[in-house]
Design a binder for this molecule. Sequence first.
Ligand code: LMR
Length: 340
Amino acid sequence: MKKFSKILLSLIIISTFLLLAGCQNRALDYEQVGEDERIVIKFSHVVSESTPKGMAARRFAQLVHDRTDGRVEVQVYPNSQLYMDGEEIDALINNHVQLVAPATAKMTEYFPELLLFDLPFIFENYSQVHRFIDSEAGQDLLKKLRSENMLTLSMWDNGFKVMTSNRPLHKPDDFLNLRFRIMPSRVLDAQFVQLGARARDLPFSDVYAALESRQVDAAENTPSNIYTKKFYLVQEHMTVSNHGYLGYLVLTNEKFWSELPDDIRIILKDTLDEVTEWEREIAQQQNTRDLQLIINTEQIEVYHLSESEKAIWKKALLPVHQMFLPQIGIELLQQIPQVD
Ligand code: LMR
């Protein structure tokens, strides 16, 4: 009898445990449904978090989280953590990531009109770039930048490029025989060939090592990229030439985007437009600040090109504009507003 009550007690304990476990499973199942409803957006990029693009990506993620009560989670992967140049676009097309923001130069293979942004001295300042992008012609251009599973949502700034090198670069002849790292763009290649130099296309994540090991002698980039990736430690001279603009296409996977619930898509697009405005303001500030920080390090000789020297560079590089007229189209080029 004593043995029987022991067995009964054990049975009661076991069934209570199973019941509780069952409840717990149901609770887990319920949470699981919640999980399924969550929309995860992977945003991959190649630069540091403290660049204009890195900061805008983070701000976008935070605002989207707040505005959707956590239903949409934008996971930002900076510094080529997830994909590097050359991999990012395939990852987007295959929906392994849902947002990327490559430099326009890296998209010229898909959309040749973008070669316009790489033309040397085509833009003088941010305001001229913005007035072009915001014009009817600029907006029409952005709408055309879509292809199989790729859709352009916005365009973000970085800024104006400067030259870094192991020898001073004051006049066109100084470029002779130097090997420059470039982003993959035929205009950028032609720009350096025109100056008697050679160009080598390398992913952003390889630039520091390539400069350090003297695989290339020189490079062009914005102060924010040069500062955050410490390129100034592996180059001896910098010329503040502001000879070219570097901006980004914010791209999504078209199928992913079109299948989002309407309310979510609207929140994402409105937030992106707001972040684009914000990014325009901080990009300029950040590049000005990072240029000063580079100067303050005293690790690199910084030379500001004079207006007359700039005019000589412009003249030397004019043939590059002529060379790419057919690919870009004279009509589009004529839409670039005058400098204000
Ligand atoms: C570069 O490759 O130099 C830049 O495009 C990196 C970036 O995304 O700003």
